[in-house]
Design a protein around this ligand. Structure first.
Ligand code: B12
Length: 302
C-alpha cells in the first residue's frame, strides 16, 4: 500500500539523483536505501525523503565513502533527525546542557567519533532545534575554537568536532524543511570566508520561523550569489564573515555583493561583521551584530 507522500516514479528519482534505474534497484536490494513502496499498479513509488537519502548516499560516495558505510551513515542520520523535536520542546535545566557540552568536548579531545555521534544523538532529544544549536552545538564550537587558539586542542580534534557537528546541523536543517514553508533566505559566506557553520545556526532559527534556507556555504563570490538570487528570488540575503579577511578593496567587494543581491535586502553578520559596518552600510546592506534574540527579531522583521 503506497504511503500518502510516495509519489515519484523510478525515472523521476533517477533524474533527480543522477543514478540509473538499475543502480536504484541494486541499492534497494543491497543496502535497503532507497526503500520505495509499491503503487496499486505495482510500480515503485518514492517519497521526497527517499530522494534525499539517495542524494546523501551519492554525496558520501563522492567523498570516497563505500556504499554500505554510506547506507549506515544515512540510517544513523535518519534516526538522529527523527529524534529532533521542532520547536516547542521544554527546556532542561542549564546544568544538563553544560554537562552535555563537556561530554561532547571530551569526546572530540579523545578523537572518539562513536562517542561524539552517540552523545549528539542524545543531545538531539534535549530541546527544540534552536535550543540544541544555541545551548549545545554553538558552545561546543566556541570552546573547541578557544581550545585550539590556546594550543590545548589540535587542528585534528577541531576538524573532527566541526565535521561531526556539521553533519548533525545538516540533518537538523533537512528535518526542519517544510514543503509549505514560505519565503526563501539565501545564506552565504563572503569572499575567502570558510566558516559556514555559523550560517547553519542562522538557518536553524530561520527554518524554525518558517523560512526556506538556501545555504551556499563557504567562499561564495558575488557573481555566484547573483545567479542564485536571480533563480530563487529570495526575500532576504544573509552574508557571513567570521575571520579577519583582508580583501584588497572591501568597499568594492560589498558593492559587488549589493549588485548581486539586486533589489533583495541583504544583511552582513558574523563575528567579524562589525569591522565592515561602514563599507557594507554604504553599499546598502544592514550589518547584524546582535545575539539570538536580535537574530529572531531580524528574521521576524523581514
Ligand atoms: C570550526 C572552525 C573552523 C573550521 C570551519 C568549519 C566550517 N565549515 O565552518 C576551519 C577549520 C575551516 C577553520 C579555519 C580557520 N579558522 Co576557524 N574556527 C572554527 C570554530 C572552532 C567554530 C566556528 C563555528 O562553527 N562557529 C559557530 C558559531 C559559534 O558561530 P557564531 O559566530 O556564534 O555565529 C552566530 C553569529 O555570529 C550570527 N551570524 C553568523 N553569520 C551570520 C550571518 C547573518 C546574515 C546573520 C544575520 C547572523 C550571522 O549567527 C550565528 C548563529 O547564532 C571557531 C570558534 C568560534 N568561536 O566560532 C574558530 C575561529 C572562528 N577560527 C579562527 C581562525 C583564526 C581560523 C583560521 C584563520 C585558522 C588558520 N590559521 O588557518 C582559518 C580561517 C579560514 C578562513 N579563511 O575562513 C578564529 C578566528 C579569530 C578571528 N576572529 O579572526 C576562531 C574564533 C578560533 C579562535 N578562538 O581563535 N575554522
Amino acid at each position: 500500500m503506497a504511503s500518502s507522500n510516495a509519489r515519484y516514479r523510478i525515472n523521476a528519482v533517477a533524474e533527480a539523483t543522477g543514478l540509473s534505474t538499475a543502480s536504484l534497484r541494486a541499492w534497494e536490494r543491497r543496502y535497503g536505501i532507497p526503500n520505495p513502496t509499491r503503487g496499486d499498479s505495482g510500480y515503485r513509488l518514492y517519497t521526497e525523503a527517499d530522494i534525499d537519502q539517495v542524494k546523501r548516499m551519492v554525496e558520501l560516495g563522492d567523498q570516497g565513502v563505500a556504499p554500505s558505510e554510506a547506507a549506515r551513515i544515512v540510517r544513523a542520520e535518519a534516526r538522529q533527525a527523527a529524534a529532533i523535536p521542532v520547536d516547542d520542546a521544554p527546556m532542561l535545566d542549564t546544568d544538563a546542557y553544560k554537562a552535555m557540552v563537556s561530554r561532547l568536548i571530551a569526546a572530540a579531545e579523545a578523537l572518539d567519533q562513536e562517542t561524539l555521534e552517540a552523545e549528539l544523538y542524545t543531545a538531539m532529544g534535549m530541546g527544540s532545534a534552536w535550543t540544541i544549536y544555541e545551548r549545545i552545538l554553538s558552545p561546543v564550537l566556541v570552546a573547541v575554537g578557544d581550545g585550539w587558539a590556546q594550543g590545548r586542542i589540535s587542528v585534528g580534534q577541531e576538524h573532527l568536532a566541526s565535521q561531526v557537528l556539521g553533519t548533525a546541523l545538516r540533518s537538523i536543517i533537512r528535518l526542519l524543511r517544510r514543503p509549505e514553508a514560505g519565503r526563501v533566505i539565501v545564506l552565504a559566506c563572503v569572499a575567502e570566508e570558510q566558516h559556514d557553520l555559523p550560517l547553519y545556526g542562522v538557518a536553524v532559527l530561520a527554518a524554525t520561523l518558517g523560512w526556506q534556507p538556501r545555504i551556499l556555504g563557504p567562499r561564495t563570490p558575488p557573481d555566484a550569489l547573483a545567479v542564485v538570487v536571480e533563480q530563487t528570488r529570495p526575500s532576504l540575503v544573509g552574508l557571513s564573515v567570521t575571520v579577519d579577511l583582508v580583501p584588497d578593496d572591501p568597499a568594492a567587494l560589498f558593492r559587488a555583493y549589493a549588485k548581486a543581491a539586486g533589489d533583495v535586502p541583504w544583511v552582513l553578520g558574523g563575528a567579524r561583521a562589525a569591522q565592515y559596518q561602514d563599507v557594507a552600510a554604504a553599499a546598502g546592506g544592514q550589518v547584524f551584530g546582535g545575539g539570538p534574540a536580535a537574530l529572531r527579531a531580524l528574521l521576524e522583521a523581514h
